[in-house]
Design a protein around this ligand. Sequence first.
Ligand code: CIZ
Ligand code: SF4
Length: 306
Amino acid sequence: MVKKENTELEIKINQLKKKRDAVILVHNYQLPEVQDIADYRGDSLELSRVAAKTDAKVIVFCGVYFMAETASILSPEKLVIMPDIHAGCPMANMLNAQELIKLKQKHPNAAVVGYVNTSAEVKAELDYCCTSTNAVAVVNALKDKEEIIFVPDKYLADYVSKKTGRKLITWNGFCPTHIRILPEDVKREKKFHPFAKIMVHPECLSSVVAMADAVLSTSQMAKFAKESEAKEFIVGTESGLIYRLKQDNPAKEFYPASERAVCPNMKRTTQEKVLWALEELKEEVKVPDQIRIRAKKAIDRMLEII
Ligand code: CIZ
Ligand code: SF4
């Protein structure tokens, strides 16, 4: 694909980025204009791992709050900043540490697995963190555990439970964006595009997941779209991923399962806000050590499994 010329704003961002010794990490759900200035695009864990490896001093994290926290947990010595600190994740906000502590008290022998979409305080209460890429592998690794708590996403939990055959103790959390994708949407798109492969994120309704050819995280979708022989894809996840899929695969077609699957928090970050963040080196996201060290253990245990 021919790279379009940088705008004045993009040139300014690039210059200031070098001066500040910063890298710009951009989640797959971000606006196209933000993806255009990315040093790296990816899912939350991929980006946090890049943050941990880079020599840059400043990480500009374009995503939602828990993702910047995860980067801070893995890279405590770096300055992690968010261009819009108010970009949160409603799913992550559906479970707090006190609620999880109570749930653990009810099931004292259970292993506690939590999706990466959780606050740092909640991660500190987990035995294992997981992402949508590795949730099934993490639960499968807990064969010797009689009880497993899996929070906060009830749809991801349902998918993992079906794939592993394990009964899970769940929480009533969900992603307000992914549940907007309805079975009728998928049916309609399949009628328009009968040869398209249906890729669906496990945060979707179970009835939508049941219709998929492949149930995948965003990083897995990026890989699957590249490697598959198929030329057309119906995409059941947040709309931002389509921009990346089209850029990576110019000869293939991608259709959103629903135009309504737009996460307002992911769309808060703009190029202008990135420039301001670099100018002022703000807003910083820093997880205090007493939380960070415990939260990191849950992430490290996940990384030992995958
Ligand atoms: O972990 C992430 O980045 C999320 C929330 C979505 C995905 O599947 O990549
Ligand atoms: Fe949270 Fe859903 Fe937005 Fe992802 S798409 S950040 S899970 S609300």
